[in-house]
Every structure is written in structure tokens, then in C-alpha cells.
Design a protein around this ligand. Structure first.
Ligand code: BES
Ligand code: ZN
Length: 408
């Protein structure tokens, strides 16, 4: 069953159970009915905050928890899952503890995970990942940022916007040593000249699963933008593209061959409404492409927050994958990380989320500590001490994410 079909099914199951609750509440208002639910364990923290003692965590195994829930709290839970985790439901109601517990046994686990959009995340690729991390070089990142910010702008309608995207494609392809499992695509758009760039490392297996590592290639300055404005966009988002470039360089230098397909995407026209990524994500959905994970690298080189080096945006993103990225940071990158929120569809991850794919945006700082220079002529690399040190953390995270997700 594909992701969207299971999603639809889950929505309909929830709709039915919501009707049942209200019917039952009307006829039997005083009786307190308790049920058991199974739920992704990554949701527990938020739930405990909100429901306190009402919910008793009974048993957790393989990322799934069984717990008791009063029927009257079920709507609140559904609401919570929408608001906090952007999932429709993400939990199942069972009539008995026995029934709930059965979902924790190994035989049914895989099915449960498939039906509820959870991947089986695991971390066991030290042998491949650690040597790669040792090779990440911030100087390469700084160099690419400097080159990309030397264009007058990378605006989606300007000649320099066209040329800078072509340069990204050429740069990426030059790193791949003519490998026959790697290909480059420049995607045209019907209404403007800037192309989106897609570099594909074809998986070594026949699986149709795809991992997407993306960021936007364009830049903008001034409220209305414009082809004439000077928009160096060093942080927003030469930094993300430079981070991806370093991931590709290191992967190729290590002759890395993924089991699943990995695609690097430099989207056109993000700054004017996520246009490039929307086109791609919609097309992928129409073509039933099986994207199992997306990360968006948009602004990685400005260290705005003292307490965190990496901040996971918790809106328009997938909570389970965000949690997994946190675990990858703890295991591989070993820097402090936290959560923040854009509050709106602030970048290309939202295009993927809206089309039903699990996406995350690991970001350089919390929203309140953000880079104040973006979208102006002042967005230059000197605001990041003329180096790529902060972004190097994101190259490491991207490498770890790619290897751990694209493995067999
Ligand atoms: N990189 C920004 C988004 C961003 C800014 C994230 C600050 C976190 C902190 C992105 O390029 C952008 O500018 N997005 C637009 C919205 C988009 C839909 C045009 C924005 O934030 O105004
Ligand atoms: Zn921007």
C-alpha cells in the first residue's frame, strides 16, 4: 500500500471513530470509558506535557507505545497530533489491552509501521559514516558560498539566476568522476528561465525508494525582489547548496554506493513561493514516486543561537523523522540541538509535506536568533566569520542521514 492510500485510510478510520465518540458521549455521558491506544513513541513527550496523569505509559517497544486513554480525551489527542506532529491520527484505538499489545509483537510491527507512515529508523553505519565525517572540510563549503554569492543575484528571472544554477549542476557533476550510476537533470519551468538541478545517485538495488536532500538555489533582495537587485544570498541559501556540495564531494571521494536512490535537489524560485520544489513534489506524487525521506538545507552557516548548533523546525515537518535526525546528531555530529518553528510554510520542505512526504528542516538557529541580514545586500559570508564551520555540522548530519536512510 502506498503512503497516500494508507494516509487516506487512516483519516477515514479516525473520522468514523470521532463520530462514534460523539454518539456515545451523548447517550452515555457519565460513564467513563477507557480504551487502549498504540502510538509512535516519538510523540510521547508532547503528550505527557498535555495529558499529564491521564495517560499512563504502559509499554514501549520498537518505537511503538501502548497506553491507556479515556475516550473523552481521544479528540484532544487527535487535535494534538495534528497541531504538534502534523499527523492525521498517528495512533490506533484498541478495545482491549491484549489487542493493543499484540501490535507490539514482531509479526505485526512491520505492518503497523507501513500503515502509519513510520519508517524503521536505526543507526548502525559507523563504519561507513565515521570516515566520511572525518573528511568534511569547512573550507570547501566557504569556497562554494563565496562563489555563489559573487553573482549579482540568483533571482529566478535573471540571467545570473540562470547561470548560477547551471554552475551548481556543473559543479555537482564534476564531483562524480563519470560514475555510471550518477546522473544530472536540469528541470525547466514553463514561466521562468531558472532551472532546478537534480543529481541522482541510483540505488544499487531494485527498490523504488528515494531519499531527497534539497535546498534552494535562488536568492532575492528587497521586498518585491527584482532582477536588478544585488542579492548575494550567502546564508540564504548559498550555505545550503554549499553544504550539499560537500556531502556529494565526500560521498564520491568515498565511492559511496547507496542501496536506495539518493537525489540532491537545488530548487529554482523558492523565494517567490516555493515554486520549483512545488513543481517537483507534485510531479513525484502524480507519478507515485516513493520518497521515504526529505531534508531541506536552507540557511546552515550563521550561528545565531548560543544554546543550539542545529535546530529542527517542528512545523510542516515529520515528527518521527525530526526525532531521528536528533538521534543522528547525538550519535554522529555531537553538537547541541533543539526545536523551533517557522510558523508558516517557510521553505521547500513544506512542498514535500503538503504532498504527503516525510520532510524535515534542520536549521542554523532558532527563529528568534535568526540571521537578520537575509534578503538584503548584507547577506554575505563575513557575517559568518568568512568560514564554513557552522555549515560543516550540517554536512555531517546530511551524510549520516543519507547513509543511514539509504541502506538496505
Ligand atoms: N530561508 C528562508 C526561510 C527562513 C527564514 C527560515 C528565516 C528560517 C528563518 C526562505 O528562503 C524564505 O525566505 N522564505 C520566504 C517564504 C517563501 C514561501 C517565499 C520567507 O520566509 O519569507
Ligand atoms: Zn529566503
Amino acid at each position: 500500500m502506498n503512503i497516500r492510500l494508507s494516509h487516506l485510510l487512516l483519516v477515514s478510520v479516525l473520522t468514523i471513530s470521532t463520530h462514534q465518540i460523539s454518539a456515545q458521549t451523548r447517550t452515555d455521558a457519565k460513564k467513563e470509558v477507557e480504551h487502549w491506544i498504540t502510538i509512535g513513541a516519538d510523540s510521547l513527550t508532547g503528550l505527557q506535557e498535555r495529558f499529564g496523569n491521564l495517560m499512563k505509559k504502559m509499554d514501549v517497544r520498537d518505537g511503538i507505545a501502548v497506553m491507556k486513554l479515556r475516550e473523552e480525551d481521544r479528540n484532544a489527542l487527535s487535535d494534538h497530533m495534528h497541531q504538534k506532529h502534523h499527523r492525521c491520527g498517528g495512533f490506533i484505538v484498541h478495545e482491549s489491552y491484549e489487542d493493543a499489545k499484540q501490535t507490539l509483537n514482531g509479526i505485526r510491527k512491520r505492518k503497523w509501521i507501513r500503515q502509519h507512515q513510520f519508517l524503521e529508523y536505526s543507526i548502525d553505519q559507523d563504519e561507513t559514516v565515521l570516515p566520511m565525517l572525518a573528511d568534511v572540510d569547512e573550507a570547501n563549503i566557504a569556497q562554494v558560498i563565496s562563489h555563489l554569492s559573487s553573482y549579482h543575484n540568483r533571482y529566478y528571472k535573471s540571467q545570473s539566476g540562470v547561470e548560477s544554477s547551471k554552475w551548481i549542476g556543473e559543479k555537482w557533476f564534476s564531483l562524480t568522476n563519470g560514475r555510471s550510476d550518477v546522473s544530472l537533470e536540469l528541470m525547466d519551468h514553463p514561466r521562468f528561465p531558472q532551472q532546478s538541478v537534480i543529481l541522482t545517485i541510483k540505488g544499487s538495488s531494485e527498490t523504488d525508494e528515494i531519499i531527497v536532500i534539497g535546498g534552494h538555489a535562488d536568492s532575492i533582495a528587497g521586498y518585491w525582489g527584482g532582477s536588478k537587485n544585488h542579492a548575494p544570498g550567502a546564508d540564504d541559501n548559498a550555505s545550503g547548496i554549499a553544504t550539499m556540495t560537500e556531502i556529494i564531494r565526500v560521498a564520491m571521494a568515498h565511492d559511496y554506493k547507496p542501496y536506495k536512490t539518493v537525489q540532491f535537489m537545488a530548487y529554482a524560485a523558492e523565494e517567490v513561493g516555493l515554486v520549483g520544489s512545488n513543481l517537483i513534489a507534485k510531479k513525484y506524487k502524480q507519478e507515485n514516486k516513493h520518497v521515504v525521506g526529505v531534508i531541506q538545507l536552507d540557511m546552515t552557516n550563521y550561528k545565531g543561537s548560543d544554546e543550539y548548533d542545529i535546530v529542527m523546525m517542528d512545523d510542516y515537518t515529520n515528527a518521527a523523522q525530526n526525532q531521528f535526525l536528533g538521534q543522528l546528531i547525538d550519535h554522529y555530529v555531537k553538537v547541541p540541538w533543539g526545536f523551533s518553528r517557522c510558523g508558516y510554510a517557510c521553505s521547500d520542505h513544506a512542498s514535500w509535506s503538503k504532498n504527503g512526504y516525510p520532510a524535515s528542516m534542520p536549521h542554523e538557529a532558532t527563529m528568534q536568533d535568526g540571521n537578520p541580514h537575509i534578503h538584503s545586500t548584507r547577506d554575505t559570508i563575513d557575517k559568518s566569520n568568512d568560514n564554513g564551520e557552522h555549515a560543516a555540522n550540517f554536512a555531517k548530519l546530511g551524510l549520516a542521514y543519507m547513509v543511514e536512510l539509504a541502506k538496505q
